[in-house]
Design a protein around this ligand. Structure first.
Ligand SMILES: Cc1cc2nc3c(=O)[nH]c(=O)nc-3n(C[C@H](O)[C@H](O)[C@H](O)COP(=O)(O)O)c2cc1C
Length: 445
């Protein structure tokens, strides 16, 4: 299986001060990330990944104050320079960056990813997101987000442009002949002359072809439209950490979408998000997971939930009914709120709960407490094997949302990886050079 590690949340939601975490080093200390990269490579992991969001949560009380005060999705920074630093202290592990196709421009991003693929010697992946948060839109000149399907249409055209640019400079376009002075072969460098609904790009890209030709392409859409977009272009998909039955269904839907565009589902994995805490014993892991609930004041979970839904939960009354809240959120045309919907499903739509109870559930959601697997290496390996097999034995897992860094990654590398290696489920050494080689080495020739 593929095993990746998500560094998106390592400093957020109070984790930076968890007992046992780095002392005297603060985000975004480049040395911290270099240590993470060395550790991940020691464990032969496929990929270090970071998600991204570019807006500071501001829906809660119409203010960024509590996000800043408590470190909720703040601070974050563009991870590309840190990926460069990590790539310079490693040779094999790959790096996944997230950018929004709704706000970026494809020429800029195609060129940036080409440069990063050169610097990392062929170890880059690009995770494209449509972006779901108004706080992000507000920084790019928009009052609101474009409609969901329109954002996916833009994403598809975005990828078409990037791929045409990457393919427009052929692999043997560079000559570098010292005798004649010829640098490139003009017959192998092609303009793209793209004129579409969202973009006009003439091309060609003004860079040499990169080691992988193009980065590994990733996308995490979970809606039917998102799955259709992913099927069109991803090398691997990301999947949410939801109930196994829903993951099995997503795998089926994704397979059908792949077949629909003439691709072979057998070689396109889904990498499932899987928050995980591994320790020497189950009790230790569970004790550590309990710590997640105490890192931020409970109401502060509302900052996170409001950010994701576009609805200000600070206005909640002392007691309320879940179905009424759901209806009110729908009426404001905020993003459909998975959290309230799921809570209504769990507790019963007509259930009345208190503000305190709501935020208790909120903290569990904000910290991924409910979906964090906590156990010994053997228990974690059992769990991963079961999910892997149930979802078609392709792809793997994005471990992450740790409580303590660097300890949680070290325990994954030192306890879980050897257990999976003993079971023949994970590589003992890297076999290829590029990230594509690494991700694909799990498939038989
Ligand atoms: C593993 C994983 C990582 C994701 N990373 C990001 C991210 O960094 N930034 C972001 O805005 N959305 C991120 N998302 C959300 C997805 O891009 C997407 O919006 C979500 O899965 C809903 O898909 P849908 O719009 O097709 O329903 C991530 C989702 C998953 C499962």
């Amino acid at each position: 299986m593929n095993l990746c590690f998500d560094v998106s949340y390592i400093a957020l939601d109070g984790r930076w001060r968890a007992p046992g975490s780095w002392v005297g080093r603060r985000f975004p200390d480049v040395g911290m990330y270099e240590d993470i990269a060395r550790l991940a490579e020691r464990g032969c992991l496929d990929l270090i990944f970071s998600g991204d969001g570019t807006g500071v949560p501001s829906t809660w009380e119409d203010s960024t104050d509590d996000a800043v005060r408590w470190g909720v999705s703040w601070p974050r920074q563009d991870m590309n320079p840190l990926m460069v630093a990590m790539s310079r202290v490693t040779r094999h592990v790959g790096f996944g960056l997230t950018y929004s196709s709704t706000f970026m421009h494809p020429y800029y991003l195609a060129r940036l990813m080409n440069a990063l693929d050169h610097v990392s010697d062929g170890r880059m992946a690009l995770n494209l997101v449509t972006t779901t948060r108004r706080a992000d839109a507000a920084n790019f000149g928009f009052d609101d987000l474009a409609e969901h399907n329109t954002r996916y249409e833009r994403m598809e055209e975005f990828v078409d442009v990037c791929r045409a640019l990457w393919d427009g400079v052929e692999p043997d376009a560079m000559i570098w002949d010292r005798e004649t002075g010829q640098v490139g072969d003009p017959a192998k460098v092609h303009a793209i002359n793209h004129r579409g609904q969202f973009f006009q790009v003439k091309g060609p890209l003004n860079t040499p072809p990169s080691p992988q030709g193009r980065p590994i392409l990733v996308q995490a859409g979970g809606s039917p439209r998102g799955i259709r977009a992913a099927a069109g272009f991803v090398d691997v998909a990301f999947g949410e950490d939801k109930a196994l039955a829903l993951q099995v269904q997503q795998r089926k839907d994704f397979d059908a979408a792949l077949r629909h565009v003439g691709r072979d589902p057998a070689r396109v994995g889904i990498i499932w998000q899987q928050p995980m805490i591994v320790a020497e014993t189950e009790q230790e892991a569970v004790r550590e997971r309990e710590g997640l609930l105490g890192m931020i004041p409970k109401e502060v979970a509302g900052v996170y939930l409001s950010h994701n839904s576009g609805y200000d939960f600070s206005k909640l009354p002392r007691r309320f009914r879940l179905d009424e809240l759901n209806a009110e959120i729908a009426a404001t045309q905020a993003t459909p709120v998975g959290f309230v919907h799921a809570l209504a499903h769990k507790l019963g739509a007509e259930t009345e709960i208190s503000r305190e109870e709501f935020f208790e559930y909120g903290v569990r959601r904000a910290t991924s407490y409910d979906t964090t697997f906590a156990g010994s290496a053997a228990q974690a390996a059992d769990y991963l094997e079961e999910t892997f097999e149930a979802t078609g034995s392709r792809g793997g897992f994005m471990l992450g949302h740790p409580m303590v860094m660097p300890g949680d990654l070290a325990r994954i590398v030192d306890f879980l990886v050897p257990e999976l290696q003993r079971r023949g489920r994970f590589r003992k050494a890297y076999s290829g050079r590029t990230l594509r080689d690494t991700l694909m080495d799990i498939y038989d020739e």
